[in-house]
Write a protein that binds this ligand. Structure first.
Ligand code: ZN
Length: 401
């Protein structure tokens, strides 16, 4: 398609309008997103409901396409409305003007994460409705707030509401990521996130004395153990080319603080580690190992879990999951090369899976650099339109299971 054709394409116009809403952290104003989505629902002749799981500043928008058998468990197609901050000086285009360049690339924050899938779902429903298709199962298209900062005001809480329960969901789709080649990633699980603060106390005193049992010695012991653990994972990933980023545990030191004065041995030093634990790791065993290290270091270490996600079982990607089979068949018919993996990052899918609902993370973007959260985030317009074709097939298949 020429640039002029793309500019006049209705789907591209809708997408670019959504991208121009600066629903950017911090303190996101979702009002324009809600207004935009209400208009989209009206143009599709579908009812829309706005719910507020936590507070009035954080709406969840639900567009409902009722199925022929509304008593069957429904499908949810989720995306988040919020986007991460930008450093405009690092961009070659205004991050909220959704410029279309001569190569057919659309530049804006949210083009890969996740405004694209939100309006692609709607584009696919437009195609299906025009064909006279009515799904067997009810399909909800949901647009949630707050995903980029943990979902505390969005999906994390929404899944605990009666509203969510009454939707009677049987299967979910949400964001994935682009791939650099012809293939497509589909994520069926996420690692378990722990944010661990070690509050290390020790003998305080004058900086001129070799005091016993100091916080510094214990700090050194703990940091070494955690870094050895980290190295083991780096080696594991390097050794086995069949492993994906999401298959190993990541261990990263993120915050260090403590000390009062240059010549005073401090009573307390603190260090925080961000861990994303591989799905095959025994969590109780790992916690015991870390607690044993604290004792070996000399004791006096308080372990504070600032985040301690529970283990969430993966979604089955085999013949026991009829939704997976429908997804696989639909993507095969489109000749897409699908690669199931554990998602390296965290998405709202984990909250849905924690309720026992199977969930896949999938963004139909290939041959595109992974630019989510990066400068000059873009998507190719033809890739965007192809994604609508993919969802047209996929939504019809999973809604008819
Ligand atoms: Zn995202």
């Amino acid at each position: 398609m020429s640039k002029a054709e793309l500019e006049n394409n209705e789907e591209i116009q809708i997408f670019r309008e959504y991208l121009r809403i600066p629903s950017v952290h911090p303190n996101v104003d979702y009002t324009p997103c809600v207004e935009f989505l209400k208009r989209q629902a009206a143009s599709l002749d579908l009812p829309v409901e706005i719910v507020y799981p936590v507070n009035e500043k954080n709406p969840v928008v639900l567009i409902k396409w009722e199925g022929k058998q509304p008593n069957l468990p429904a499908i949810i197609l989720n995306s988040h409305m919020d986007v991460v901050p930008v450093f405009p000086e690092k961009w070659t285009h205004d991050p909220f003007s959704a410029d279309l360049d001569d190569e057919g690339r659309i530049y804006a924050r949210g083009t890969q994460d996740t405004k694209e899938i939100g309006t692609q779902y709607l584009g696919a429903i437009r195609v299906l409705k025009a064909k006279g298709f009515q799904p067997k199962r009810t399909v909800y298209v949901s647009f949630v707030p707050d995903e980029e900062v943990g979902g505390y005001l969005g999906m994390r809480e929404f899944v605990h509401t009666d509203h969510f329960k009454n939707m009677n969901l049987g299967f979910s789709m949400d964001e994935g990521s682009s791939s650099l080649d012809d293939g497509y990633y589909v994520y069926y699980a996420e690692r378990t996130a722990w944010h661990l603060r070690f509050k290390i106390s020790g003998t305080a005193g004058h900086g001129s004395i070799l005091l016993p049992n100091t916080a510094g010695e214990k700090f050194n012991f703990i940091v070494n153990k955690m870094m050895e653990f980290r190295s083991s994972q780096v080696k594991m990933l390097a050794r086995d080319s069949s492993l994906f980023f999401g298959d190993v545990t990541t261990v990263n030191m993120t915050i260090v603080n403590g000390g009062v004065q240059n010549n005073v041995v401090p009573a307390m030093l603190e260090v925080v580690f961000d861990l994303r634990i591989a799905i095959d790791v025994d969590l109780d065993g790992l916690e015991k190992q870390i607690r044993d290290w604290c004792e070996e270091a000399g004791g006096g270490i308080e372990l504070v879990f600032e985040q301690k996600d529970e283990y969430v079982p993966p979604t089955k990607v085999d013949e026991t999951n009829p939704f997976w089979l429908a997804f696989e068949k639909a993507t095969k018919e489109l000749n897409l090369e699908i690669r199931p993996h554990v998602c390296p990052g965290g998405t709202d899918s984990r909250f849905i899976r924690s309720k026992g609902i199977p969930a896949l993370g999938f963004s139909p973007i290939n041959n595109t650099p992974i630019l989510l959260h990066d400068h000059d985030e873009y998507i190719r317009a033809d890739s965007y339109l192809h994604g609508i074709e993919v969802y047209t097939k996929v939504i019809a298949a999973i809604a008819d299971v």
